[in-house]
Design a protein around this ligand. Structure first.
Ligand SMILES: [Zn+2]
Length: 226
């Protein structure tokens, strides 16, 4: 069973105290999507992943901790409007704010993660998360060699989900030339296959690792190693 504990936290930036939900325990079942999105019950805990100060709008995993750079990022013009569209759910806005702080303080990997979380919130509200996913894909690209395999695999998903199918296929082919780990290859192949079929919906990890055989004689798109 998933339980939350109410806690009071003092904001390290402005000193105002506020109440937050702290995750006690969580029950989870099922596989995550290929972009790491957890199954529904686990997603219900997303409201406790970050704390947001109701006074100064600082956002952090723990509001009682703020570096000078993080506190300064909140003060910057455009902080509130940074990439936020009207009607965005509060929880998505919270993740976007943290993504902004992470990006401004040079934590680009964390920024990608938070952008992704904002996208998942929009997915659950059945809202369009294309702009956020594009931005996350761009941040990964900007990391160049610093982007590790996980981030590059994630970028494949982001490209496909934003219907940049051609780019996703090219990048998958690129990666498959060097990928040796069987599971990583399966994930890249699943992304490539879905992109070739112009599928922009979420793929589950189980589907990628154990692709179900197609019925009939229809030829499955396969990757030829060059
Ligand atoms: Zn505050």
């Amino acid at each position: 069973m998933t339980t939350f504990i109410a806690i009071t936290v003092k904001c390290a930036r402005c000193g105002v105290e506020s109440q937050h939900e702290h995750l006690g325990s969580v029950s989870s079942s099922g596989y995550p999507d290929l972009d790491g999105r957890p199954p529904p019950r686990r997603r219900d805990t997303m409201s406790s992943w970050l704390q947001e100060c109701p006074d100064c709008l600082y956002v952090a995993r723990d509001l009682s901790v703020a570096s000078t750079a993080e506190a300064d990022a909140v003060r910057e013009i455009g902080f509130i409007e940074a990439g936020l569209s009207e009607g965005m759910p509060d929880l998505a806005t919270r993740f976007m704010r943290r993504a902004y702080i992470d990006a401004r303080t040079g934590n680009l990997r964390d920024a990608v993660r938070r952008l992704l979380h904002a996208a998942w919130v929009l997915d659950d509200f059945e809202m369009n998360a294309t702009a956020i996913r594009r931005r996350a894909a761009d941040v990964i690209l900007s990391l160049r060699e610093a982007a590790d395999l996980d981030l590059r695999l994630l970028r494949l998903d982001l490209l496909r989900r934003t219907q940049a199918f051609k780019e996703a296929i090219l990048e998958a082919d690129n990666m498959l030339r060097d990928l040796s780990d069987p599971d990583h290859r399966k994930v890249a192949l699943a992304q490539r296959r879905a992109a070739a079929e112009k599928r922009s919906t979420a793929l589950s990890l189980s589907e990628a690792l154990r692709p179900s055989p197609r019925s009939g004689r229809r030829r499955v798109v396969t990757f030829v190693r060059r």
